[in-house]
Design a protein around this ligand. Structure first.
Ligand code: ATP
Ligand code: MG
Length: 189
């Protein structure tokens, strides 16, 4: 059987004519047309920074505007992060990402990860101390429920583009808030 990356590349070639304008507001409509012509059931998920085209076993993402991703981090940031993770033996924490340039546009292919949105806490909650340290070291932020799922019972990040060198980890803020309930409850009164 061909790999999910090979099949995703074929999909990109097929879907590209439907995405020609690549404007967020007509992608959904275009994918509906694609689905009916190709008898597919691809879903569209609009994130803040990019669009994800979701199939039953892989996901293809592209930035709305590759030049406007500085704050939230684009697909390119994920390629770098994945390389860091591989180098430090942490690749299991991340959905593998493959960049694929087609007609001068950059697409990013990932395996479909299940259980996205099912976790109750920040992703760090499900990590061991070494894994958490890795996230701190690379200033990974924004690891809320919709940005990770589970693979073989272990947390797996699917959106790791956002690292904010200036700020502390949201998870640390959260822990701090939990350990001093009076402080934040007081702020409501
Ligand atoms: N590998 C994946 N497996 C399963 N679902 C995915 C995958 N990648 C993306 N998705 C779905 O698509 C959504 C948008 O993707 P992603 O989080 O990467 O975009 P984003 O623009 O960075 O989102 P946001 O900034 O809103 O967090 C995710 O919240 C998730 O529901
Ligand atoms: Mg996201």
């Amino acid at each position: 059987m061909r790999s999910y990356v090979e099949r995703a590349k074929d999909f990109i070639a097929e879907v590209f004519p439907y995405l020609e304008k690549m404007t967020p507001w007509d992608v959904e409509e275009q994918i509906e047309v694609f689905n009916s012509q190709y008898h597919r059931a691809v879903k569209v998920n609009h994130g803040i920074a990019r669009i994800a085209l979701i199939t039953s076993d892989y996901v293809v993402k592209f930035d709305y505007d590759p030049d406007e991703v500085a704050d939230v981090g684009g697909g390119h940031a994920e390629i770098t992060m994945y390389a860091n993770a591989e180098r430090e033996g942490m690749a299991h924490l991340f959905a593998q990402i493959t960049a694929y340039k087609y007609n001068d546009r950059e697409f990013y292919i990932m395996p479909l990860v299940r259980g996205v949105g099912s976790g109750r806490w920040y992703a760090e909650h499900y990590m061991n101390p070494q894994e958490r340290d890795f996230c701190r070291k690379y200033k990974l932020s924004d690891l809320h429920s919709n940005n990770y799922g589970f693979v073989k019972g272990h947390v797996c990040l699917i959106d790791y583009a956002c690292c904010l060198p200036e700020s502390t980890s949201e998870y640390d803020d959260y822990l701090e808030m939990q350990s001093s309930p009076h402080t934040w409850m007081d702020s409501w009164s």
